[in-house]
Design a protein around this ligand. Structure first.
Ligand code: ATP
Ligand code: MG
Ligand code: MG
Ligand code: MG
Length: 349
């Protein structure tokens, strides 16, 4: 009999729309070729109010690609899961950002005792929090740009502490530097700053997104990404590169058609490719990821330096996203990739 796949998408995050697009591509792949006879899809949509919707509503959002308009006023309904949820054999959560990529959903699915695609609670939460992630990378000696961690309370402190904090950042990191809320994705809340006044407003803005903030030295480098697939013996894909005309790879550049170009495979020396692939697997293991992750790097051509930037444990998964395209170029087609991920979930459970 067919395995019933609960495709969990939408979610309470700024990447809700991306998640719908990822889920559409995965649902199609589950109805393609050999997958048709192996799997049956139950779409489970999480609208922005967090109240799970299965079957008809899920199917409708998948078909139209449009988020459901909903009100946020009835939080007790959060625990009234649709009854179909009990029939799921394996979950495929394709939620990006907070409340989905960060271990929260993974905790719930672990308690349900149903296998699910991707990292567990630890890998997901360490991967999402840029402070925990950088600490884990540093622990295994992965090269990173210089960084500092601060807390919201330091930004919103009194008029004596804040200027000292800014002095300290200027001295230790210099300009340009990047200010990032610790727990987001898709570049939401990230600012590139070049002056004291930009630093002050970027810190204030980041503090409104998150209690924890990361500040990094800005590097001038090529941006390359590597896809990882597997559990205990993960494999790395070919490398992809992103180019764009904007100041950096910000939200608008990521999601406006034609603003960014993906180059797969990236034109790089063989020894650099090998190093990036090894670092991607080391980073994957350092946070205890499983199933899949996309690892982002900076490559400074002049000095041949490679810095690991970050890991995404549930990367964008539309037909045009980097993760599936990297595997396609490595010999694994989209439907086969989806099949392998589900098999990895079942194996791990
Ligand atoms: P994703 O959508 O990949 O999850 P994210 O929100 O986790 O993104 P990052 O990947 O950390 O954010 O940063 C977003 C972009 O900002 C990078 O792709 C790069 O263009 C730019 N950037 C971030 N940090 C630096 C840095 N230290 N030096 C130069 N550019 C940077
Ligand atoms: Mg990220
Ligand atoms: Mg992300
Ligand atoms: Mg990134």
């Amino acid at each position: 009999s067919k395995l019933r796949v609960g495709l969990l998408f939408g979610g309470r995050s700024g990447e809700h729309e991306v998640s719908i697009n990822s889920a559409r591509a995965i649902a199609t792949a589950l109805q393609t070729g050999d997958n048709q006879s192996k799997y049956e899809v139950l779409p489970v949509y999480i609208p922005k109010n967090g109240v799970w919707q299965a079957s008809e509503v899920g199917q409708q959002v998948l078909e139209t690609g449009t988020p459901l308009v909903c009100d946020d006023s009835n939080p007790q309904q959060l625990w009234d899961f649709p009854p179909e949820v009990k029939t799921v054999d394996v979950w495929f959560p394709i939620l990006h950002g907070p409340n989905g990529e960060d271990g929260t959903i993974q905790g719930l699915l672990t308690l349900m005792r149903v296998p699910f695609v991707g990292s567990g609670v630890l890998g997901s939460s360490v991967g999402m929090d840029k402070i925990a992630m950088k600490t884990a990378f540093a622990q295994v000696g992965l090269p990173q740009v210089n960084y500092k961690f601060i807390e919201r309370s330091q930004v919103w402190s009194n008029a004596c502490v804040f200027p000292k904090l800014c002095d300290d950042i200027e001295q230790s990191l210099g300009y340009p530097c990047f200010v990032k809320p610790a727990n987001l994705g898709s570049s939401v809340g990230i600012a590139k700053v070049r002056s004291r006044s930009e630093l002050e407003s970027a810190l204030d803005s980041a503090a409104s997104y998150d209690r924890r903030i990361v500040i990094e030295t800005g590097v001038t480098a090529r941006e390359v990404e590597c896809a990882v697939l597997g559990n205990d013996n993960p494999k790395a894909s070919v490398i992809g590169e992103i180019t764009y005309d904007s100041d950096f790879y910000d939200y608008e550049t990521k999601y406006t058609d034609g603003r960014a170009q993906l180059h797969i495979p990236a034109q790089l020396p063989d020894n650099i490719i090998t190093q990036i692939q090894e670092m991607a697997i080391e980073g994957f293991k350092a946070i205890d990821a499983s199933g899949l992750a996309r690892v982002d790097f900076f490559y400074v051509e002049a000095t041949q330096e490679i810095f690991i930037n970050e890991i995404n444990t549930l990367p964008g998964f539309t037909a045009f996203s980097m993760y599936p395209q990297l595997w396609e170029a490595s010999g694994i087609k989209f439907p086969e990739l989806v099949d392998q991920l589900i098999q990895l979930a079942v194996e791990k459970a």
